[in-house]
Design a protein around this ligand. Structure first.
Ligand SMILES: [Zn+2]
Length: 475
């Protein structure tokens, strides 16, 4: 009897062992397939302490920077060009907790050898070699980056993004002020060795990715696209912009500078940026229709991007109540409405690309030449908006950056956001979409900390014109 019991126990042990081995094997197989998608910050710090960084190139194979020893980079560009790229590249990952808003953060797994197998050769066990991470190539065009930087560097707080709306590639992201990346000693660090994110108007930050701003009227085309998709018959919507016709619910909202625009249809409402038109048309949708549309455009939803790409989320209602007042204010890009500059550019990209929104490509790899795409509005709606946006630049509020003389078709939208009515602080915008086969670009100019005299058309518009001329001259 005793023998039999032991025997049975032995079998149970073997069975248990088989189940455990099976389980462990399965675990590693599962883990293996997702290995490489999320990399812990502590692992990146360890790798950065044992690997010399690889080289960072721009899209034309210009060297931006390269690791020269463990923990040390050498920067390859001349003064202005390097300053133009500094906060795009970012400060060392240890000073930002490996933030993925920068090149050093997003590309850290590549730059610090995460994808390399350290010990493929038996000799490496005996004679360890110098460990050098992989090289990365950005979609950024350094020459364009530098030209844009020279145009806006005297502003106290300004950003410009340029994307290719057909491929999703980011060609330039300039954020001023910037900092001297070559002078590591000058970094302002707190007691934990982390940079002060707000230092000098966020000079260490690429505010195109890591900030949000009040969009003013630049939000209107997105909102009207949602309305048109929900109710195609709104293409014929008419609003009479006159005294006494600016009260919605129990709220009165005037047009810019108290102007009255008269009889407004879709095209004129956008061309002249009539607040009354945008509010009245957006109130034609139900709350459910609006929220369904906001979700499609990824407003009020935190979007997850691939390849460690990160940017702050844009929102229509923000943390505010979904009340009529907030909806009216949101419809003209005021109240709680905030957008990220990269995301706004990408939303306009969808309008210019017939309703297709491309995910960003920032770091080039062999398999991401074509990024994920999402249909955010119908082609019919996109085409109607394109027509209206072209009239904005040819004979509307965006006339200051018309490119007809240069033979270039541009559509766009201006925006003037009253950030603080008491101080008169404004954020002003100009967005442009180039409608040329060989330059399918969206350019966004955002100037923050402006005074009450500033406006999208008169302040951001001329900056946009300079930027467009420089981009086009390289054609
Ligand atoms: Zn009006």
């Amino acid at each position: 009897m005793k023998w039999k019991k032991n025997h049975r126990r032995g079998y149970s042990c073997i069975l248990l062992a088989i189940i455990m081995i099976g389980g462990i094997t399965l675990f590693f197989e599962r883990a293996g397939s997702s290995f490489g998608r999320t990399v812990s910050t502590s692992l990146l710090f360890k790798l950065a302490d044992s690997y010399q960084a690889g080289t960072i190139y721009d899209r034309n194979k210009t060297v931006i920077g390269r690791g020269v020893e463990i923990g040390k980079m050498e920067w390859g560009l001349e003064a202005d060009a390097m300053d133009a790229c500094s906060n795009l590249i970012g400060t060392p990952i240890q000073t930002t907790f490996a933030s993925s808003y920068t090149v050093l953060g997003m590309a850290a797994p590549n730059l610090y050898g995460y994808y390399q197998n350290r010990f493929t050769n038996w000799k490496d066990w005996l004679f360890p070699r110098k460990r050098i991470g992989d090289d990365v190539t950005l979609t950024i065009d350094c020459a364009m980056q530098e030209e844009i930087y020279k145009t806006i560097k005297n502003f106290s707080n300004a950003c410009v993004t340029v994307i290719n709306y057909k491929t999703g590639e980011i060609l330039a992201m300039v954020s001023v002020p910037t900092f001297d990346i070559r002078d590591e000693e000058a970094l302002q660090l707190d007691e934990n060795g982390v940079i002060d994110a707000s230092y000098n108007n966020s000079a260490y930050m690429n505010k195109n990715l890591h900030a949000t701003y009040m969009p003013g009227s630049t939000i209107k085309p997105i909102l009207l696209a949602i309305a048109l998709d929900a109710h195609p018959e709104l293409k014929d919507f008419v609003y009479i912009c006159e005294e006494g016709n600016h009260t919605f619910g129990n709220m009165t909202v005037d047009c810019f500078d108290g102007e009255f625009h008269g009889k407004m249809n879709l095209n004129d409402g956008i061309r002249l940026s009539c607040n009354g038109f945008a509010i009245a048309m957006s109130l034609e949708m139900s709350e459910e229709e609006l929220e369904e549309g906001l979700k499609r455009w990824e407003l009020d939803t935190a979007k997850q991007y691939e390849n460690r790409f990160a940017c702050d989320s844009s929102s229509f209602y923000g943390k505010g109540e979904h009340s009529q007042v907030n909806r009216i204010l949101g419809s003209i890009g005021q109240g709680n409405c905030r957008v990220n500059i990269y995301e706004l550019s990408s939303m306009y990209g969808a309008i210019f690309f017939n309703g297709i929104r491309k995910d960003p490509i920032f770091i080039q790899t062999e398999n991401n030449t074509n990024s994920k795409e999402t249909i955010v509005c119908t082609e019919e709606t996109a085409k109607k908006l394109q027509k209206a946006l072209i009239s904005v630049v040819e004979e509307g509020t965006g006339a200051s950056y018309c490119m007809k003389e240069e033979g270039i078709i541009v559509g766009g939208k201006t925006g003037t956001a009253d950030v603080n009515l008491e101080t008169g602080e404004r954020t002003v915008w100009a967005v442009a979409g180039i409608l040329e086969e060989d330059m399918p670009y969206v350019v966004t100019v955002c100037l923050a900390d402006q005074g009450k005299e500033a406006s999208g058309g008169t302040t951001a518009g001329p900056v946009m014109k300079e930027v467009l001329k420089k981009i086009v001259s390289k054609r």
